[in-house]
Structures are given as structure tokens and as C-alpha cells.
Design a protein around this ligand. Structure first.
Ligand SMILES: NC(=O)c1ccc[n+]([C@@H]2O[C@H](COP(=O)([O-])OP(=O)(O)OC[C@H]3O[C@@H](n4cnc5c(N)ncnc54)[C@H](OP(=O)(O)O)[C@@H]3O)[C@@H](O)[C@H]2O)c1
Length: 280
């Protein structure tokens, strides 16, 4: 069986660019759907040139342009969407077109980050996670989709993974039957840290003790409410991950998902410690 042909939507973005590079590096025929405006933006056109030189096929189009989507979908077996979190509902036109095309064996929606069905932050997130969950439901309906400062005590653990590593794990799932219709969780050893552990590691590297300010949960919630949207979203993510523990409170087996680092032990990734070394 040949390598799947992968269409990535959002190749000029942070994660999409990494996904495209990882897909090319894994010898998948790689396609990017690119909006016209990106070609006249110096940073984006530089990324596009890099991908094109590496062998990617760039197709003009957008998530709002049905004809361009149909054209792109019929050339591939797998579609990965990496549009930004604010635009996730823009995948609503793409999903039925994928289902109608009948040639797509996997669709990975732009759901990268915490599992939207596992977060427990009620209405604090301006529907950030419920929009992602809505797209998951839509994708799963007939065609099966796939899957992927200090706070309080500071001991709740969250997950830190570099974008290029998220991309490498994601591309590995594409032709792997174990991951079909599963959520891919990433909790690589050396990358699941509490705030306390993060600060301790940094202190040992810089050989200096830092002054620590503990922020009570109520204070963080107040900050979320008082800071205008979307500037408050960084606090919402911190609250979800490091106060509620939304990335680590459940065990992967019982969630019906798969653990990327157990499935792909050969994949090398950047640990938190190694990443911190680059900041010294
Ligand atoms: N958990 C985390 O810590 C974390 C952190 C960051 C991101 N993420 C997730 O990663 C995913 C990607 O986010 P990102 O920050 O990498 O996104 P990004 O850098 O904002 O890139 C968005 C991409 O989508 C493209 N795009 C937007 N609208 C489009 C449309 N209508 N048609 C076609 N292409 C369109 C953009 O193209 P143009 O060049 O034309 O604008 C760009 O290439 C999201 O799911 C996000 O939530 C998670």
C-alpha cells in the first residue's frame, strides 16, 4: 500500500506549516489548500516557497469556496485541517463535501489542543471548546472522522508539546489502523509537568531561586471575567490545564483514545528540559 495522499488546510499557519513539513518528511504526497491573499504576504509566501521546494503541491482555494474544496479533496485520501481556533466553525462546508466525495479515508479536524469533550470550565471559554466539540460531532455523524505564574498549589499537571512534535505524531497516525476514529492524546514522558515542576527545572538550569507568587483560583477567575475577550483566553487555557487539570485528570484507556507516545516510541520529541535549554 502506498503512502496516503494528504491535503493540509492552513499550511501558512503555525501548526499547518509543521504538519506539511512532517508529511513531506514522511514521504506522503502532500497538498496544501492556500488562500489567494497568502501569496502576496512576504512571510506566508516564504513558507509556501519552502513547502513547494520540498515537493508539496499548492492548490488555490479556501474553506468558503466549494469548487476549490471539491477539486482539492478528490486528489487525496486524507484531509487535515489546521485552521485557527477562532475559525473552527468554518469547517462546516468542508465536512459534507468530504462525505460526499467518498474518497477520503480520514479527516482530522482542527482540534489540536485539549480534548474539547474533557474540559470542565463551564461557560468561561466563549465556546472555544464547544465549537471544536460541535465540529467533532459533525465529522463523526455519517462519515467516521478520526482522531487527535503559579496557580493555587501549583501541583496540577498539564502537557507541553512543541508544534513540530504535534505535527510528527499527527502524521504518524494517518496510515495507522489503531488510530481510526480515536482521539490521539499526547503525554510524552518529560513533557507532563506541573507549574511547580516547571519552575524547579528552570531554577536548576539558571542556578537561581525565583520569587514565587501563588494566584488563588478565585483571583484567576476574576481576571478572566475582567479581561476583555479574546485577551483573556490565555488565562482560560491556564485555568483549564493547571487548575482544573483538564489535560490529565482522566486516564487515556478509559477515554477510548490512544496514547501517541506508547504507539510511536520511535518518535523523537523535544522534552521540556531540552526546550528550556534553548532559552538559556
Ligand atoms: N493547545 C495549544 O497549545 C495550541 C496552541 C496553538 C494552536 N493550537 C491549535 O492548533 C490549530 C491551528 O492553530 P494555529 O495557531 O496553528 O493557526 P494559525 O497559525 O492561525 O493558522 C491558520 C491557518 O488557517 C488558514 N485559514 C484560515 N481561514 C481559512 C479559510 N477560510 N480557508 C483556508 N484556509 C484558511 C490560514 O491561512 P491564511 O494564511 O490564508 O490566513 C492559516 O494558514 C487550532 O486547532 C488551534 O486551536 C493549539
Amino acid at each position: 500500500m502506498g503512502k496516503s495522499r494528504i491535503l493540509i488546510i492552513g499550511v501558512t499557519g503555525n501548526l499547518g506549516f509543521e504538519l506539511a513539513k512532517a508529511s513531506i518528511a514522511a514521504s506522503h504526497p502532500t497538498f496544501g489548500l492556500v488562500r489567494d491573499s497568502a501569496f502576496s504576504n512576504p512571510d506566508k509566501s516564504h513558507k509556501l516557497q519552502t513547502l513547494s521546494n520540498a515537493g508539496a503541491t499548492l492548490l488555490k482555494g479556501s474553506l468558503q469556496d466549494e469548487a476549490s474544496l471539491i477539486q482539492a479533496i478528490k486528489q487525496v485520501d486524507v484531509v487535515i485541517c489546521a485552521i485557527s481556533s477562532r475559525q473552527v466553525l468554518d469547517q462546516k462546508l468542508l465536512i459534507p463535501l468530504i462525505k460526499q466525495a467518498g474518497c477520503i479515508k480520514r479527516f482530522i479536524p482542527s482540534e489540536f489542543g485539549s480534548d474539547p469533550d474533557k474540559t470542565r470550565i463551564s461557560d468561561l471559554d466563549y465556546n472555544f471548546y464547544s465549537r471544536k466539540a460541535e465540529i467533532r460531532r459533525l465529522a463523526l455523524r455519517p462519515l467516521q472522522g478520526t482522531k487527535s505564574q503559579y496557580l493555587e498549589t501549583g501541583n496540577v499537571k498539564g502537557v507541553f508539546v512543541k508544534e513540530s512534535d504535534v505535527a510528527a505524531f499527527t502524521i504518524n497516525t494517518v496510515d495507522d489502523p489503531c488510530t481510526l476514529n480515536k482521539v490521539l492524546y499526547l503525554r510524552p514522558p518529560g513533557n507532563v509537568y506541573s507549574m511547580n515542576e516547571l519552575i524547579e527545572t528552570w531554577e536548576s538550569k539558571i542556578k537561581k531561586k525565583l520569587e514565587k507568587i501563588y494566584v488563588p483560583e478565585e483571583e484567576l477567575l476574576k481576571k478572566i471575567k475582567e479581561t476583555p475577550y479574546p485577551d483573556n483566553m490565555a488565562f482560560v487555557f491556564i485555568y483549564s490545564a493547571f487548575v482544573k487539570g483538564d489535560q490529565t485528570y482522566f486516564d487515556i484507556k478509559s477515554s477510548g483514545g490512544v496514547d501517541g507516545s506508547q504507539l510511536y516510541p520511535h518518535l523523537k520529541y523535544t522534552t521540556i528540559s531540552k526546550y528550556l535549554d534553548t532559552l538559556l
